[in-house]
Design a protein around this ligand. Structure first.
Ligand SMILES: [Zn+2]
Ligand SMILES: [Zn+2]
Length: 452
């Protein structure tokens, strides 16, 4: 059976629109649309039967019959006009019939586009994507139809609808579809009669670096240990263990500007609460959820945040970012080099000569070498108990008094510096205390550089 015979066979029984006809043969041919594909098939049939009608006396009746199927059952106007032109009639009883496969959804796409556009009224976005969830009635009807005519070259209703609506939307709003990272996803729920459009607003990601200029601030909001954030007398009904956090100092202005419903702070590792983050700062990505605004002047926000949080937190290097960069940020954190400045107190006084001898051994043993750290006691309640190997690259020292020193230490990310100094009761080895044969305690710690 030829392709054209198959098309006639379909129209013997059903009316389907040119869009749906083309979709049934979507895998055949390229560089065309389903609509043009469907129309071409109907046009070819019209031409072929018009030719037969004009040239061959014996199959005259067959040609008229076929043209009538095209004119009446397929509602194809070129066939209707050929019949009239050649002095025949056709009956226009099917004009109110709707497409068996889509109930004329494809003939009224503008309706879907308009509703989608109305929903975006309050949202700023640069890219979009369409998604469709057709009812099971639509899918079953189409599956049965394909089986009945043994149609093996079709594409799905969903793909076809997404593409057609996407094209119309794109030109109506003058924005391009983005299949990887759309700002907004339109989800069409379709039935033969009713439909709805829902908007999925994708998060906006902004990357930057932060400096923490004050001690005593955690990186992210820390729920109260006693009430787990519900609010109790211990936390003054704030629900948090600390008054503020780097996150709480940075994000409100971004939420305000983007009209987001919330935010999430992603840091490339984190420093302890009592550790300052100096130098070029720590990379972070702020995720703004369901933002209404996406295009704003990042350097203005940066200046405002820095003015508002002066001497507490400072941000720099703001750029638009993506979800993919959040994942990279997390995996990169362990492989960066970090430079710390530590103020260290010794339990027993040491003179300068003894100090220099100790430093020489310290550098010989620890510099450019591995240290072994069993999970520190102070974090053992939230981290698995295991031994981590960490690399120490460089140690520099400064003798302040007989029991107060300064160290600059460059290590692999994720090294516990306070424990590297104290030894953590033998859980970190080798350690500064171990080499000095003295008890050394880190009194103050700053991160002064994160090298990528
Ligand atoms: Zn249709
Ligand atoms: Zn509480």
């Amino acid at each position: 059976m030829t392709l054209l015979d198959k098309v006639l066979e379909i129209y013997h029984k059903y009316y389907i629109c040119p869009y749906c006809l083309g979709r049934m043969f979507a895998l055949l041919g390229t560089e065309t649309t389903n609509y043009d594909r469907g129309k071409s098939l109907l046009l070819s049939l019209t031409l072929e039967n018009h030719r037969l009608l004009l040239t061959s006396k014996n199959i005259h009746n067959k040609a008229i019959q076929n043209l009538k199927i095209l004119a009446e059952n397929a509602k194809f106007s070129p066939a209707q006009k050929v019949l009239v032109k050649e002095g025949f009639e056709y009956i226009d009883t099917n004009s109110s019939k709707t497409c068996y496969l889509c109930n004329d959804i494809f003939l009224t796409l503008q309706k879907y586009v308009n509703k989608a556009i109305n929903k975006t009224e309050n949202y700023e976005f640069n890219t979009f994507l369409c998604g469709t969830s057709p009812s099971s009635k639509i899918i079953n009807q189409e599956d049965k139809f394909k089986a009945e005519f043994n149609l093996l070259e079709s594409e799905s209703f969903k793909n076809h609808f997404n593409r057609e609506v996407g094209k119309l939307l794109s030109s109506a709003i003058n924005k391009s579809p983005d299949f990887q990272n759309p700002d907004i996803v339109f989800i069409f729920s379709l039935d033969f009669v009713e439909f709805d459009v829902q908007l999925l607003i994708r998060s906006l990601f902004i990357s930057g670096r932060y400096n923490k200029l004050m001690r005593g601030i955690p990186q992210t909001r820390w729920p109260c240990r006693k009430c787990q954030g519900k609010g109790c007398s211990d936390c003054n009904f704030k629900g948090t263990q600390y008054d503020t956090s780097v996150e709480q100092l940075i994000s409100p202005l971004f939420i305000e500007k983007s009209l987001a419903t919330g935010s999430k702070f992603h840091g490339a590792g984190r420093e302890d609460i009592d550790v300052r983050m100096l130098g070029t700062g720590r990379p972070f990505i702020l995720e703004l959820k369901e933002p209404k605004k996406r295009n704003f002047n990042l350097s203005h926000i940066m200046q405002e945040v820095n003015k508002l949080q002066a001497r507490k937190v400072e941000i720099s290097n703001l750029k638009y970012s993506s979800k993919r960069e959040v994942i990279a940020l997390k995996s990169k954190a362990e492989n960066t080099k970090k430079v710390y400045k530590a103020l260290v107190e010794a339990e027993e006084a040491i003179d300068k000569t003894k100090f220099e001898i100790n430093i020489t051994s310290l550098r010989k043993i620890i510099e450019n070498n591995k240290i072994y750290q069993r999970t520190p006691i102070r974090v053992s309640h939230r981290r698995a108990d295991l031994i981590r190997e960490k690399y120490v690259y460089k140690i520099q020292s400064e003798y302040l008094t007989s029991n107060l020193f300064k160290f600059t230490i460059e290590t692999q990310g994720g090294t516990y510096i306070k424990e590297l100094i104290s030894g953590d009761e033998g859980r970190t080895t080798p350690s500064f205390s171990e080499v000095f044969g003295n008890t050394l305690i880190c009194k103050e710690l700053d991160v002064i550089d994160i090298k990528e």
